[in-house]
Ligand binder design. Sequence first.
Ligand code: ADP
Ligand code: MG
Length: 265
Amino acid sequence: MTRTLAIANQKGGVAKTTTVESLGAALADLDASVLVVDLDPQGCLTFSLGHDPDQLQASVHDVLLGEEEIADVLLDTEDNVTLLPATIDLAGAEALLLMRPGREYALRRALAEVAEDFDVIIVDCPPSLGVLTLNGLTAANEVIVPLQCETLAHRGVGQLLRTVSEIQQITNPDLTMLGAVATLFDSRTTHSRDVLADVSDRYELPVLDPPIPRTVRFAEATASGTSVMRGRKNKGAAAYRELAENLWKHWEAGEPMRTFEGAAV
Ligand code: ADP
Ligand code: MG
């Protein structure tokens, strides 16, 4: 059975793309066959995985509009995951999709055609709650919300959770909110913990274990276009590996996801 996981938060810079790339690489290292989907017109995931969005002939945009077969658009990557890439064309897809019936189902329909080739599909949602994110959430079985542990991290979380519950009522009754993952976490101060405790309390949102520490390695990896998981050992990569193992146990053995007790008040 293929597991489709959406990584969503309408706020930019909370490590959605980093989470998709790192979990994808870590799950591939666990021998899962992994497809990652770039749903952001900025194409950051595509770029991070070694493909220049400006050089691509076809992308997820053409797939969503029914102009290309998904299988013809998939790319291999150095991370050992398969990529459904994005280009800036995708910025126009919102408007074009809006005129179509069943617009929320375009990605779900496309993924169904290749799902049997993959154990895991991870969708990198754009920083908005527009029709692309609705497509990501409609295609997914589960959703994780990366949350940067800063003051006011909670702003927008309520709106995101309302969108998720609307999706559950309208286009995807089987969607499960797995929880938040704390990103850019600073364990040396109590501030990150306080923010997490506040958010998980306010919204009854589980915080998954482990938190992902802030480390300069991620910025370096993004800039050089190489995966952080391939670089020298670092604590951010180790945390993503642990999260990937927890996900894998959850999927394969039906274990509940471990939650981060440090977030409790
Ligand atoms: P989003 O997709 O939510 O916009 P990104 O994954 O692009 O967020 O991350 C935003 C920035 O934060 C990037 O420059 C990335 O390298 C950096 N970053 C992500 N995770 C970490 C981390 N754990 N430590 C340090 N920097 C990080
Ligand atoms: Mg991103």
